[in-house]
Design a protein around this ligand. Structure first.
Ligand SMILES: C[S@@+](CC[C@H](N)C(=O)[O-])C[C@H]1O[C@@H](n2cnc3c(N)ncnc32)[C@H](O)[C@@H]1O
Length: 271
């Protein structure tokens, strides 16, 4: 599909990323903002349909980083067995309140250490809405290996990852929206990203395989070059990788170079 590159030695990796992100996802304001969401993104709709056709109704599904249960609404009724985990105990409590009939299906668990689950416990694992990017670059491989371990051989893994090549951090990018709310949001975000992250993090960012950035809403996110993501998946033992575009949810043809895509994030399905 695409050629892979190796990690850039100077890509900055802020200390305490895990602790800072966990703190944000435990905060009341973040939990409240996630607890009522239910709309699927276009590639998630595609993946749900695809998994349904392949046998989801007979499968055990693990939903990692379940947050406020946005994906639970759609994936839980479609699977034979559903387990939702998150390292934020507050998110888990919000899910238990939102879905009292399946409260026992939710548990606190960090994807990097899923000792609670034996190897081969699930047929499919979902880590939606870029949850993997909340993990530091050092721990990302560990998380991928843990996910591989809890899957049965040939089990499916669906997730999304931010595309570093789609970042446009110019204060006034050329393709400005004239919607005043969008315009204000974009201006605020780009100004804040420039202020929160030094030149060392931002200069030449598009030539790096990954870069952690501090975001205005308190989390630190790892942006990844798609070809680097593919290389990581292979290293963790995954194969048959397919990719799906953000805007229309369509599968990206296998022959298309993913590094030419400018989707803000890309959904991946692999086994
Ligand atoms: C961007 S939110 C997405 C929430 C939900 N999946 C959704 O799509 O609405 C990322 C979620 O991943 C969780 N998360 C991040 N790192 C995690 C980790 N190491 N282990 C378990 N959950 C994690 C966060 O607590 C948060 O709920």
């Amino acid at each position: 599909m695409v050629s892979s590159s190796q990690p850039h030695a100077s890509a900055s990796q802020p200390d305490g990323m895990a602790a800072a992100n966990q703190r944000t996802y435990r905060s009341l304001s973040t939990v409240l903002s996630y607890r009522l969401r239910s709309r699927l993104q276009p590639p998630e709709r595609t993946l749900l349909e695809l998994l349904r056709r392949e046998g989801l109704s007979g499968w055990r599904l693990l939903d990692i980083g379940v947050g406020g249960g946005r994906t639970t609404v759609h994936f839980a009724p479609a699977a034979r067995q559903y387990v939702g985990v998150d390292y934020s105990d507050r998110m888990i409590r919000a899910c238990q309140r939102r879905f009292p009939e399946r409260a026992a299906s939710f548990q606190v668990c960090d994807v990097r250490h899923m000792d609670a689950f034996a190897s081969g416990s699930f047929d499919v694992v979902l880590f939606s809405f870029n949850g993997l990017d909340c993990i530091s670059p050092q721990d990302r491989m560990e998380a991928l290996r843990e996910i591989r371990r809890v899957l049965v051989p040939g089990g499916r893994f669906c997730f999304s990852a931010h595309n570093i090549l789609a970042l446009d951090l110019r204060i006034l990018p050329p393709q400005l929206s004239w919607n005043p709310l969008e315009l204000a949001g974009r201006l605020y975000r780009n100004i804040m990203i420039s202020r929160l992250n030094g030149r060392e993090a931002l200069d030449g960012i598009h030539s790096r395989p990954f870069q952690v950035l501090r975001e205005p809403y308190g989390v630190q996110i790892c942006y990844v070059r798609p070809s680097y993501q593919l290389a990581q998946l292979r290293e963790a033992g995954f194969s048959e990788v397919r990719a799906f575009g953000l805007a229309d949810g369509r599968e990206i043809p296998a022959e298309e170079d993913l590094d030419r895509r400018r989707d803000a994030w890309i959904y991946y399905l692999c086994r």
